[in-house]
Design a binder for this molecule. Structure first.
Ligand code: GLN
Length: 280
């Protein structure tokens, strides 16, 4: 099978499995199995795949046909300006979350040596992106589950974000709340159980503990606001990613707790996705 034939074969198989972006994925998979760049593929598309490459392709297609996430198969994924290691046991970085990072960056602009706390850090993609964009910052990332914490440690090395640190802990216990920070950021689990059924087939392979946010989806916002409000400096910012239809309710929790200057920002699909608040 030539590279060109393989490309068409992948596209057709992915389409049949109900995968929308089969063209994009077919290109990514070809690059992954051949190790060639975009421009190299253009000149090598009549080249035959080796037996090893072909076997690898068969294995990958079997996994994608049952909607095992492409990101886990590749083992790496781009988020914001950087690339992160990902795999089973960690939430896959999503482009929606880049808006949360951008809001944090706006706030951190011109803040000398900011101290940053990332709660429910998962792969570490938020905390590490901020650490890399602000080399004079100090970033602490709290993660409860050892599988994810291992990815944080790996990603600190992989990205060279040596001004950041991952620690094991639970936001419900207030881990790392004894310090004060300029910015506390979190993309906590926020899906209510009755909405799990409508998540994508790929999401079923991600850790439920990174997705489920209690009966109304808001458990982690309540815990973080209660346990960490005193860990913010005066004028410090709390920044959350929120689930669908949660922004106004999270805003109320923040208002009730005395936060000011609350902003809500939409994602690229026009869904209210990020809520920020200042400690007054
Ligand atoms: N955005 C993810 C999804 O909808 C959920 C991430 C989270 O719970 N923080 O699949």
């Amino acid at each position: 099978m030539t590279i060109f034939e393989a490309y068409n074969h992948i596209k057709q198989k992915l389409k049949a499995a109900g995968i929308e972006d089969s063209v994009f994925e077919a290109k990514v998979i070809i690059k992954h199995i051949t190790g060639l760049s975009n421009s190299e593929i253009l000149t090598a598309y009549t080249k035959e795949l080796t037996e090893y490459e072909q076997n690898n392709l068969t294995a990958i297609l079997r996994q994608r046909e049952i909607r095992y996430p492409l990101q886990y198969i590749l083992g790496e994924w781009d988020f914001y300006k950087y690339r992160f290691k990902v795999g089973v046991g960690v939430l896959i970085p999503r482009s929606d979350t880049e808006i949360l990072v951008e809001k944090c960056c706006e706030y951190l602009e011109n803040k000398p040596s900011p101290k940053i706390l990332d709660l429910c850090a998962g792969s570490g993609c938020i905390g590490i992106s901020l650490a890399l964009d602000f080399p004079d910052s100090a970033v602490v990332m709290v993660e409860k589950y050892p599988e994810a914490l291992r990815y944080i440690e790996q990603n600190i090395e992989f990205c060279g974000a040596y001004n950041s640190l991952g620690i094991k802990g639970d936001v419900c216990d207030g881990t790392a709340c004894e310090q004060t920070y300029d910015l506390i950021v979190s993309n906590p689990p926020y899906i209510p159980p009755n909405e799990m059924a409508i998540t994508s087939p790929e999401t079923k392979f991600e850790p439920e503990t990174a997705l489920l946010g209690g009966q109304d989806g808001l458990d982690f916002y309540r815990a973080i606001i209660n346990n960490y409000k005193n860990s913010l400096k005066d004028g410090g910012m709390l920044a959350f990613e929120v689930g669908i239809n949660e922004a106004e309710r999270v805003k109320s929790l923040l208002t009730d707790s005395g936060f000011v200057k609350i902003t809500i920002t939409k994602d690229l699909n026009q869904i209210e996705r990020v809520v920020t608040a200042i400690k007054g």
